[in-house]
Design a protein. Structure first.
Length: 368
């Protein structure tokens, strides 16, 4: 249960996770149950939660525990990280400390913020050198007798009190230990380098944790001067032509053709409307022709570009991609079965579509 919750909470807020978590644990309450599930079932339950590789790796790891580890979860952070797909340093530390009482710290976004403010760490908090130092601090601070409670309390402190904007410093139980809070109250302290925190190069003392000289303390920001982050990388821009192929089924209900994405890469294994990645700055007429050729290659009979009806554009923001779907529709008279060697396909009603392992982006496309 701890493992599932920690994987779901990676880059996803608690309020979003709760319903997914409850459904997951009800459907697969044990490792053995999850190991017997199909990837299709996992994707269907995960649909809408994002970062779909998390669910896939959860199932892969469950199968590994059952088939290779005699059904026994690894019990230390080192073994959890080494043996289970999808379990990184943070997740391993959380499971080991909460479930098995291992005295090991954790570092997530909330912990980074708390520690950077406690110690006035002004270097780029995403840099490997700073992350390593934060792990050292977390491991030194963790309560040896109640490591799971301590780690959860530290994360909760960051989530509810030491928040990114307008932190509740007056309510903070550790404010007397917080260098950023003291600096806000009393001004810039006389710098006294900590030998353990500083390195020496060319005879000069260089602290890898201090703010760069070009970014001085901003008194108007107070404790929110920290943590510092590198400039956020802009998401890449992508355009995709997508066709909603529809027909009347044998009972008169409207049906849509969906195809399955490859088993690796973005949205691996999910179902979508037939789609084609487009080059940037294509004229609408050209992208229509390319989509028609793409559909023709799939279906094996001519598709007239002029028969594709332009519905509009749907924008969906992934974590690293600003994706625009150029949506077309095409009504077909009869059955169409794509070559399984190209991509598995099936006809679904709208109700079946909603219950399938489709992304939020595809639900937006159908709603267009």
């Amino acid at each position: 249960a701890v493992w599932v919750s920690e994987i779901m909470l990676q880059q996803t807020q608690v309020a979003t996770v709760i319903n997914y978590y409850n459904r997951w644990m009800q459907k697969w309450p044990t490792l053995q149950a999850l190991a017997q599930a199909s990837l299709e079932e996992v994707n269907e339950l995960w649909a809408g939660l994002g970062y779909y590789s998390r669910g896939k790796r959860l199932q892969e790891a469950a199968r590994k525990v059952v088939s290779e580890l005699a059904g026994q979860m690894p019990r230390t952070a080192e073994d959890l990280q080494k043996l289970l797909p999808g379990v990184g340093r943070y997740t391993a530390g959380a499971i080991a400390s909460i479930s098995y009482g291992q005295a090991i710290g954790v570092v997530d976004g909330n912990v980074i913020r708390v520690l950077c403010r406690l110690r006035c760490i002004g270097a780029d908090s995403s840099s490997p050198a700073v992350i390593d130092r934060l792990w050292d601090m977390a491991n030194a601070l963790v309560d040896r007798s109640r490591p799971g409670d301590f780690n959860q309390a530290l994360m909760e402190l960051g989530a509810t009190v030491c928040v990114p904007k307008a932190p509740l410093c007056g309510e903070c139980p550790v404010k007397q230990h917080c260098r950023a809070w003291r600096r806000k109250l009393f001004g810039k302290p006389t710098p006294v380098p900590d030998v353990e925190d500083c390195g020496k190069r060319l005879g000069r003392s260089l602290c890898p944790l201090c703010p760069p000289a070009t970014e001085p303390w901003d008194s108007s920001l107070g404790v929110t001067n920290f943590p510092r982050k590198a400039a956020k990388k802009q998401p890449r821009v992508a355009r995709t032509a997508t066709c909603v192929l529809e027909r009347r089924g044998c009972h008169g209900a409207l049906e849509y053709l969906i195809v399955q994405r490859p088993s690796s890469g973005l949205l691996a294994g999910l179902w979508e409307f037939p789609s084609l990645l487009l080059a940037q700055d294509l004229q609408e007429e050209k992208q229509r022709e390319m989509l028609a050729d793409h559909l023709q290659a799939w279906m094996g009979w001519p598709v007239v570009a002029g028969g594709l009806q332009l519905i509009g554009e749907v924008v969906h923001i992934f974590s690293h991609i600003h994706q625009t779907y150029v949506v077309y529709s095409l009504t077909l008279d009869g059955d169409v079965t794509l070559d399984p060697a190209l991509s598995p396909s099936r006809w679904v009603t709208e109700e079946e579509f909603d219950a399938s392992a489709v992304s939020t982006a595809m639900k937006k496309v159908l709603g267009a």
